[in-house]
Design a protein around this ligand. Sequence first.
Ligand SMILES: [Zn+2]
Ligand SMILES: [Zn+2]
Length: 283
Amino acid sequence: MTAKATEAQIVFCLVGSGAVRANPNRAGPCQLLRVGEDNLLFDCGRSAVHNLARFGWQAEQIDRVFVTHLHFDHVCDLPYLVLLSWNNGRDRVLPVCGPPGTDEFLEHSVRQAYREDIQSRLGHGKDLAGLQWVATESLGGQTVWSKAGCTVRTLATPHGGIANLNYRIDAGPCSVVITSDTQADDALAAFSRHADLLVCECSGPESFLRQQPWGTWHMSPADVATVARRAEVKHVVLKHLVVDDWSDDPAICDRMAEDVRAQFGGQVTVGTDGLTIEVHASP
Ligand SMILES: [Zn+2]
Ligand SMILES: [Zn+2]
């Protein structure tokens, strides 16, 4: 990602376009937004840290992390990000926003799980200062961060009985909505109103989701189109793509995008790892 973000611009990078499955072509859920001088990371799933490095970013360059929910596909690389960031010389606290349980997850998966590793590194001179985080836990409906005309807000929606946050980032006139995994919910359309970019999970065609015990937790192409159309967003990026390797059908994601386009007049892009989009103010 070489583009520079200005106050009226967001640079978005889809770091990982996949989900649970160990698809070598799609890392787990992760998005990077460059807003002003800040690098904001949304989720940190499988191979996210590896992909950040592929696309030019080191762990210690991440200024803030926002977690959608604590399903493992969205947070399994977060302990690695925290520990690697410390190892690489991070010298400041890492703010982490997420649903209730986020601080406990980090406490268990970093401080407790790696207690002996941490003690060992302290023994050869590492400073604990770079291993500190401060967790902000949100139930949704809150502004969880603001700075210089940029705000990050949360919306809770149902997903598999777990606390679950969608995020909206407004920077000047530009706006991006990053959904969590979520079942279709009317509130998501209001939350996404007039967004320039809606980065939306789409875990499979309706026929596929109906066959899965977890299918009702997720959004089909028709669900995505309904949100995008009602919200009048400009551009939809499909993510959380598990069906191409699951079905062994490389064209299935393109057909999902066609299904969205059939009911939504804006731009629709199938997410790929490293997809980068600059969001500018409308002329
Ligand atoms: Zn997921
Ligand atoms: Zn999930």
